[in-house]
Design a protein around this ligand. Sequence first.
Ligand code: FAD
Length: 496
Amino acid sequence: DAVIHWFKRDLRIRDNTGLSLASKIAKEKGVGVIGVWIMSPQDWEAHLVSPAKCDFELRSVKLLKQELAELDIPLYIEVVESSKNVLHRLIEMAQDWGVKNVFCNLEYEVDELRREAKLVTKMLEKGIRFEPQHDDCVVPPGSLKSGGGKQYAVYSPWYRAWVTHLHAHPDLLHERPLPYKNPSSFRKKYKYLFESRVPEAPESKRLDNEKKDRLVHLWPAGEHAAIERLERFLTEKIGAYQATRNFPSANSTACISVHHAAGTLAARTSVRMARDVNSTKKLDGGVEGIKGWISEVAWRDFYRHVLVNWPYICMNKPFKYEYTNIEWEYNDNHFKAWTEGRTGYPIVDAAMRSLNSTSYMHNRLRMITASFLAKHLLLDWRLGEQYFISHLIDGDFASNSGGWGFSSSTGVDPQPYFRVFNPWLQSEKFDGEGEFIRKWVEELKDVEGTAVHNPYEAGGKGAGIAKKNGYPKPIVEHKFARERCLERYKAGIGRN
Ligand code: FAD
């Protein structure tokens, strides 16, 4: 009597491939659409989803439910404790409601792909068609191959192929039609579905009230907030993006990763809208800022394609096999100091404190802090990867794993291992005035001039203020750390 669209990482109505198709099929059959959203606390636990992200999703689901209701589409919400049971419950729902077609958008991580494959056969046994769609990437994984027919493991040639593919298949960027309004009989017939409520987050994922309020203000949820943010960025900032994107204090990036991660905004929508403000209407020409921004959104696709082609990445393995044998340090105090922003390297500490407070970190700072953990502290990059995913509001497995692989040199198309960021030089280059440091490291607020980058080294007033305010001295010495890193990485690679 209806067609189901199962919402997962696509918490929006606009430009949603699966929902749009579900609605088209429903219309053809003269029936309506039922939306389903399942909260699986075990899944959130297993994937280390941050409380901030859980909260953002719940807020977005609430808005989605209201918006769907305006189209007389119910969003049925259920809590299914064990992730294994999600599959069975979905089949039961389809059977209970006499549904013969179930749609969703694909997720590409190994567990999710396996679950989807299982659902196809299990549903078929019951006479139901389960039809997952490509939607999350602008170019579906599997579409791009190098001249030799191989998968790309380097970004630049992959990106050129990505652009060429999109210029050749403009339909990939077309906006998916909005869903139709359901037959009016739906309201009465499925009253109980309309009445299902958005649950509270499981206890382990709950934010305290102060943080919740702060994040609601910083990160408004739902697809309207996403489009508003994107439009503002496209009108006010994208032109200067290429020149300013690396400066954390410039506040010059789009800050929409949270929406891409929850699916309140499709990457396709972002790329199309950015292309459309470009006078050339091309992806890789015209205004530098637009071209540059689109190529950043492309990184998101790149890391997803990599995940599909080399799924062992989902199993805690480095992309580069020869980096499996690096001998890491085991130092809980160092790890703790890194997480709390007490390493004695002001730019690292400012970045970590900003993450802990806002659940977000600027890309340049993600690279600096990740490199610091893996190379200066020589701690296993997976510790940092986990800390990020369990604290970021935009936590996303593929991008996070890609970013950590890049920064620790163990990933796909990485920073060469012998390139060890000097945190002080990075600081001088990208936070020249020390504005970002002073904002987040209270102890150094009164340190004047460039002494803020490395107060103890600078001596004089910088060191005095740092000491007086209890700011720690560097927990590792830079030169020692750099040499230790080069030695250990080299030895690790040599062990293969
Ligand atoms: P903008 O600069 O405005 O870019 C626009 C969009 O492009 C972003 O919203 C994002 O969807 C995409 N994007 C930009 N840079 C990258 C990139 N390097 N890799 C993949 N996608 C990119 N991004 C996440 O979304 N989730 C993560 O968990 C995540 N973890 C990271 C961990 C590390 C160690 C590093 C180095 C990077 C990580 N990134 C992650 C990528 C990047 O830092 C963020 O996407 C970006 O900072 C988000 O801010 P923005 O929306 O203002 O980006």
